[in-house]
Design a protein. Structure first.
Length: 263
């Protein structure tokens, strides 16, 4: 695919297969039958989803900016809201009905009620980090929506930063995105410098969730440059894909930490 064809493309069908692999890996990670499915790991599933999210949001916004001269933040927020919120609150409503009426999932009642306000307002990710660090987590069937909380807060901030504050400033975008990637990636290590300080650790771990999303954003910005695209496009060839897949599978099976995904 040439650079011009890549820039005109608005749907990336090749990513659907990657999404499917991530979904299967994540399901395997949470399967009670760890003896059968444990080797699949899946801990990288959410991380890859975050990378794809940052990449796609930024890539499509760059397309819109190129066509219209700028992006409409209002239209962006409306699109994201209608894509996620209706089905999310429909599922949450059904879950609440089952748990609160005692029809099913009775064992989840205490934990579900405790976290209900965070489900309603999309900050389950914050409470999850706090409770994990304090060893007071009460799992519920809706706990895994923490990742949606991370993405929704990201959607509020990144478009305004990248396409309003840094509008028509490509160098600032690249330097700023790279600085954010480094800073957020280091946040988990920074937490270890003050491990006895719970507030310090809490915010360091919260910020580390945004590293893979920002990595996807930086990748989108880089691929929007002709010379970078031509160099990285070699990874999309048959040989390049084979090398990447082989390296991933080898690392996945050899390094135990790669199959573990701390919430």
């Amino acid at each position: 695919m040439t650079f011009e064809e890549y820039r005109d493309r608005k749907y990336f069908s090749s990513l659907d297969g990657l999404r499917a692999i991530c979904v299967l890996g994540t399901i395997a990670l949470h399967s009670p039958d760890s003896r059968t499915f444990g080797w699949l790991g899946g801990g990288l599933g959410v991380t890859v989803f975050f990378i794809l999210s940052g990449y796609l949001i930024t890539t499509l916004a760059l397309r819109e900016e190129r066509e219209n001269g700028s992006i409409s933040l209002a239209a962006f927020y409306v699109r994201r809201s209608f894509r996620i919120l209706p089905i999310y609150y429909a599922v949450l409503g059904g879950q609440s009905l089952l748990v609160l009426t005692g029809v099913a999932l009775r064992s989840s009642y205490d934990g579900f009620v405790r976290y209900l306000h965070s489900y309603l307002c999309y900050y389950k990710d914050l409470l999850l980090k706090w409770d994990i660090h304090n060893q007071s987590l009460r799992p519920t069937p809706f706990t895994h929506t923490w990742s949606l909380g991370v993405e929704e807060k990201f959607y509020l901030a990144w478009p305004a930063l990248c396409f309003v504050l840094w509008r028509a400033r490509p160098r600032s975008r690249l330097v700023g995105a790279a600085a954010l990637v480094v800073g957020f990636a280091a946040s988990r290590s920074i937490a270890r410098l003050g491990w006895e300080n719970k507030i310090w650790v809490f915010w360091s771990l919260v910020l580390s969730n945004y590293f893979p999303i920002l990595l996807g954003c930086l990748l989108a910005l880089l691929l929007d440059l002709p010379h970078v695209y031509r160099r990285l496009s070699l990874l999309g060839t048959g040989i390049g894909t084979g090398v990447i897949v082989s390296a991933f599978l080898t690392s996945h099976l050899v390094i135990p930490l790669l199959v573990y995904c701390p919430a």
